[in-house]
Design a protein around this ligand. Structure first.
Ligand code: MG
Ligand code: MG
Length: 278
């Protein structure tokens, strides 16, 4: 069997713009619904409606054994939480991961949100800081990708950002779960680590399409899989956060496929201007 190159043609990268935008629209639909009393199953239904109504399909449902459109991970759950009848409560930190496949190409993206709780400002502030640092590390990683020679520089930038911005005691970075190439399949080679590695990693050059997704916890990085065989939770019960974007590297620069502005607003503070795929 021929091994598919990890580098895509400009036409293939262009085909990834639409599934990226559909993924972003699905996450927007979920974000608008997040409130106390809303079930994670209702969030899943909103994402499904957003994807199907745009002529796309959920790529999470193409993962063997998974029947849902999103993963919804609450509090000590970091990733792969299964949506259902759990109701969101004030103060919950919730990570939503979603992807769409359109005309044979994939998008994959995630965000974290804290449900407002005026009665527990300290808890909310702690959890919002965790989410903000995770989000910032994702954008630091994307900014690094714009000028990197090898993918290892992305992981180093993510780790450096987290270490520079975490509160005293530090945050944990999940080691067992990493980002990935994306294209015809949601999960392709190569792996994108969220931390410094001894190996330099694959060469960064035009044609690369990757999903960068730091998974960060307020305590120790050790996790376990819950009895449902999916949900990944922290062993110490500390909160988790997960942010993700799919990003293309092309002749003119980088373009964030799962952000409607290509990442322009967020990348400005890193001095990076994303370029549309010509
Ligand atoms: Mg994802
Ligand atoms: Mg992913």
């Amino acid at each position: 069997m021929l091994r598919r190159s990890i580098y895509k043609t400009p036409a293939q990268l262009r085909a990834m713009v639409e599934p990226g935008l559909i993924t972003a629209a699905a996450l927007d639909a979920v974000r608008a619904l997040v409130a106390p009393g809303v079930t994670t199953g209702a969030l899943d239904a909103a994402a499904s409606e957003a994807i199907v109504s745009r002529g796309a399909r959920s790529n999470f449902q193409l993962v063997r054994g998974y029947r849902h459109t999103i993963c919804a991970s609450v509090n000590e759950q970091v990733v792969h939480g299964i949506p259902g009848d759990r109701m969101l409560e004030p103060g919950d930190i919730v990570s939503i991961d979603c992807g769409a496949e359109y005309k044979g190409w994939n998008g994959d993206s995630a965000f974290t949100v804290v449900v407002p709780d005026p009665s527990r400002p300290e808890l909310v502030a702690q959890r919002e800081r965790l989410s903000e640092v995770t989000r910032g590390s994702l954008w630091a990683g994307i900014a690094a990708l714009a000028s990197a020679s090898h993918l290892g520089q992305v992981g180093a930038a993510i780790q450096d950002y987290i270490e520079a911005n975490a509160p005293e005691g530090g945050y944990g970075i999940l080691r067992d779960y990493v980002g990935h190439g994306i294209g015809r399949k949601m999960h392709e080679s190569p792996s994108i680590f969220n931390y410094r590695t001894p190996e330099p990693g694959a060469e960064v050059r035009p044609g690369l399409a990757v999903a960068i997704e730091p998974m960060v916890v307020a305590g120790d990085q050790a996790t376990f899989t819950e009895d449902d065989d999916w949900t990944v939770s922290t062993l110490d019960g500390s909160s988790g956060s997960h942010w993700e974007h799919s990003v293309a590297v092309h002749d003119q620069g980088v373009w964030v496929l799962t952000a409607p502005d290509g990442g322009a607003a967020e990348l400005a503070r890193f001095g990076v201007t994303p370029q549309p795929i010509a």
